[in-house]
Structure formats: structure tokens, C-alpha cells
Write a protein that binds this ligand. Structure first.
Ligand code: IMP
Ligand code: MG
Length: 410
């Protein structure tokens, strides 16, 4: 069986955590390859809700958990998560790559500092220090996870840099020792381990964080995260052959949300917005901020499907649509009087495009059962498959692990 990458197709918060947890059974390891503790992956089992920021979502299936070199690791968050799940009776069988860039309090302070500097142009970051951490790596100013283990973690150049920019950088006293303790015994070579796992005939699952539209280069720049979110980043970030990527499953929510600033063509305001936010519990899993709400944007989704080479889709939060008396999807944008369905063409002026909507039969009150999709829901899923030219493998109809319908028996 090939490896599988599960990637978010919108602005993050598509429900990837649940889908990763669902598929993890079939894989030997679950691997985070991008982002850091800006991510918030939610898994609901019975009455218990777990939110993971750094630990891969295969955790509750007792999988080997790998954090690859493309992840910005905050040692404190990692320890908190490992301890949280230990209290719950689980054990993290975890390795963190020695090449991971490390988030210190300095990067978090820098994140806030830059946001303040930008004033009304602020991105609305999660303030988890993710952008600055990647920037410090690009500037070759920061040591990495392996340096902590080797005792070569030297922050002196970074400190000089921060002192030249900030009046009062946070105190770093005792930080290195505590970070070393957090990562002690965890440092490994994740790329090498994945290659060995594959050679032994076992497959791995790559868990994407954030979504395509937050990709540093291909998203809605500058309102993006500090790294790549695309599936094609998997091999480069992990240092494995491009051919190891395997299949790509794209996760899309049945409507759209965005947290933070930036263009959002299908954003809505008013009663439907509140209804979706409250029934869909659309509050940031990392920051608790209310997410902005909009209709499903097929123009953006096609771009995401195309760019990721998505082979199949997971559709989430179908249950929320059954609470809505209207249902729209955006099929085109009006860009200065010209209609286009090409997202990349509209991207440079995304904040001024007007969405062109198609009204679909509302799914209000539609019955949802996991055994089969009832006709109105099935019709919408088929419509989406026709538009996206890819199959929908799985439909999520509730946050609970079991509230899941599998359309294909693969
Ligand atoms: P940063 O990644 O913290 O630098 O934030 C940059 C932008 O990405 C902000 O708009 C954040 O709200 C957004 N963002 C970062 N991580 C996530 C996520 O996991 N889900 C949704 N939005 C995110
Ligand atoms: Mg999230």
C-alpha cells in the first residue's frame, strides 16, 4: 500500500485531525511535515475532546509518531502535550528530527512585535512564533533540535540579533536546560526512519497542517503562514524521494472558514454566519478566536485540488449544512466585470473579487446516517465530485470519530 498524505484544501480547520485519526489504523507511522504549534488538530472520542498542536493525530491509535525537519518545534508545547496524553493513559511513541527548527520565547516575542509593527496590516498570526522561527532558520541564526541533544545549542547570535531589534527581549534564563529535558531521548532522523519503514513494506501517513490557501508561496500572501502547506512539500521537507509521497487525500469542509486577516471572497455576515459558527463550533482550536465564516468556494477548492494532485476527497462537517435553510456554493468570481473560475488569475486582486453563487437545494433537516448517504446529501456529493473531477471517499457528519460515512470500500 502506498503512503498517504492528508492535506487541508482551504484555510486550515477542515477537520484533518479526525480524518487522520480515522485512517491511521492502516499505517505504521503518522508524520507531521509542516507548521508547528500554530496548528490545532481536534479529535473527539465519546465525551473527550483532544486538541493536538504538535503531536501527530495518530496518537490515539498508538502509532509511531514522527515530527519531521520541516516542523517548527516549541519544546514547551511538546512536553505539555506528551504529559497531557500520559495523564490520559496513552504513551507517545515519538521521534523529533534533529533538524527541526526550535521555537523559543524569543520567536514568540518577535511574532507579537512584528504584528504590532504592522498595525492595520497585521496578519492575525497565532503568535506561536512560527514565522520568526522559519525566518531565523533562513537567516541561519538559530540552532536546531539536534543541537539541544548534542549540547551545542548556542543562542548567542540569535540573542544579539533580537537585542538589536527589541528593547526588551524575554529572559532566556534556564530555557535551554528545560528545552533539553523536553527533547531528551526523542531526537531521531525522521527521513531515514520513513525510508526504512517503507523498505520494510510498511506505509506511513503524512499529516498536513493548515491549508493550501495559507501556503507561504501559493496562498493568499502576505496573509499566510510561515511555511509550505502543499502535499508536494512532504518529500522536500522530510528528505525522502519525491516518489514516496504516495496518494493525496484532500480534506474540505462543506463551507469555508478563515481565522486571521486576509481576503476571503465568500465570507458572509449575519444570521447564517452566527448559526454556522455556533453549530459548527467555529472557534480557533489554538487561539479560541471566532473563525470567519463563508460559503464553500469551488474556485479556490479547484485550485487546491489541482495544485496538490489530490486523488480523493474527504468532505467534512456535512451535519452543519442540515441546520441551514439556504445553501450556496461559489462557482466563479467576478473580477472587474469579467467572470473567471481560475483562482490563480484572481489571486492578485482577491480582496476585490465578487463571488458568483449557485443556489443548491438546501440540506435542511436531511437525515444523516453513517451506513449510507440519503438522496439529497448524495446528490450534493456527486455534484462536488463532478465539479472537482475527483471522488469523495469519506463524508464526516459529526465531530465524533464514529460519525463518519465511507463511500468507497478501499
Ligand atoms: P501563523 O501561522 O501563526 O504565522 O499565522 C498566519 C496565518 O495563518 C493566520 O491567519 C493564522 O490564523 C493562520 N493559521 C495558522 N495556523 C492555522 C491553523 O492551523 N488553522 C487555521 N489557521 C491557521
Ligand atoms: Mg485547526
Amino acid at each position: 500500500m502506498p503512503n498517504l498524505c492528508i492535506v487541508g484544501l482551504q484555510w486550515g480547520d477542515e477537520g484533518k485531525g479526525k480524518i487522520v485519526d480515522y485512517y491511521a489504523d492502516r499505517f505504521h507511522s503518522v508524520v507531521r511535515y509542516n507548521g508547528g504549534s500554530n496548528a490545532g488538530h481536534t479529535i473527539v472520542i465519546g465525551k473527550r475532546t483532544y486538541v493536538f498542536h504538535l503531536l501527530p493525530s495518530g496518537l490515539l491509535k498508538n502509532k509511531r509518531l514522527l515530527i519531521g525537519p520541516g516542523v517548527a518545534v516549541d519544546p514547551q508545547t511538546l512536553t505539555e502535550e506528551v504529559e497531557m496524553i500520559r495523564r490520559e493513559g496513552h504513551k507517545a511513541n515519538l521521534a523529533v528530527d534533529g533538524r527541526c527548527t526550535i521555537v523559543t520565547p524569543l520567536e514568540k516575542a518577535m511574532d507579537s512585535f512584528i504584528e504590532e509593527l504592522k498595525g492595520d496590516k497585521a496578519i492575525g498570526t497565532t503568535k506561536r512564533g512560527i514565522g520568526p522561527s522559519y525566518a531565523m532558520r533562513a537567516l541561519r541564526l538559530t540552532p536546531r533540535a539536534g543541537d539541544l541533544a548534542r549540547g551545542t545549542f548556542d543562542l548567542s547570535s540569535a540573542l544579539k540579533f533580537y537585542r538589536s531589534l527589541m528593547k526588551k527581549p524575554p529572559s532566556m534564563e534556564g530555557w535551554t536546560e528545560s528545552a533539553r529535558t523536553s527533547l531528551s531521548g526523542l531526537i531521531g532522523d525522521v527521513g531515514e526512519e520513513i525510508m526504512e519503514t517503507n523498505e520494510a513494506g510498511r506505509s506511513v501517513l503524512f499529516e498536513g497542517a493548515q491549508g493550501v490557501l495559507l501556503d507561504l508561496v501559493h496562498g493568499t500572501y502576505p496573509y499566510v503562514t510561515g511555511t509550505h502547506t502543499l502535499a508536494s512539500y512532504v518529500p522536500a521537507s522530510l528528505g525522502i524521494p519525491a516518489t514516496s509521497l504516495g496518494d493525496v487525500m484532500g480534506v474540505a469542509k462543506a463551507y469555508a472558514t478563515r481565522v486571521g486577516e486576509g481576503p476571503f471572497p465568500t465570507e458572509i455576515h449575519g444570521k447564517v454566519e452566527s448559526l454556522i459558527r455556533e453549530t459548527g463550533r467555529e472557534y480557533g482550536a489554538t487561539t479560541g478566536r471566532p473563525r470567519r465564516i463563508g460559503w464553500l468556494d469551488l474556485v479556490a477548492l479547484k485550485y487546491a485540488v489541482k495544485m496538490n494532485g489530490v486523488s480523493t476527497l474527504a468532505l467534512t462537517k456535512l451535519d452543519i449544512l442540515t441546520k441551514l435553510k439556504e445553501f450556496k456554493v461559489c462557482t466563479h468570481y467576478d473580477v472587474d466585470g469579467t467572470e473567471t473560475a481560475e483562482f490563480s488569475r484572481a489571486l492578485p486582486q482577491l480582496s476585490s473579487v465578487k463571488p458568483v453563487y449557485l443556489d443548491l437545494p438546501p440540506l435542511y433537516g436531511a437525515e444523516l446516517t453513517t451506513a449510507r448517504l440519503h438522496r439529497p446529501v448524495e446528490k450534493f456529493v456527486e455534484y462536488l465530485e463532478d465539479e472537482m473531477k475527483v471522488s469523495v471517499s469519506i463524508v464526516s457528519m459529526g465531530e465524533e470519530r464514529t460519525a463518519t460515512h465511507r463511500r468507497v470500500t478501499d
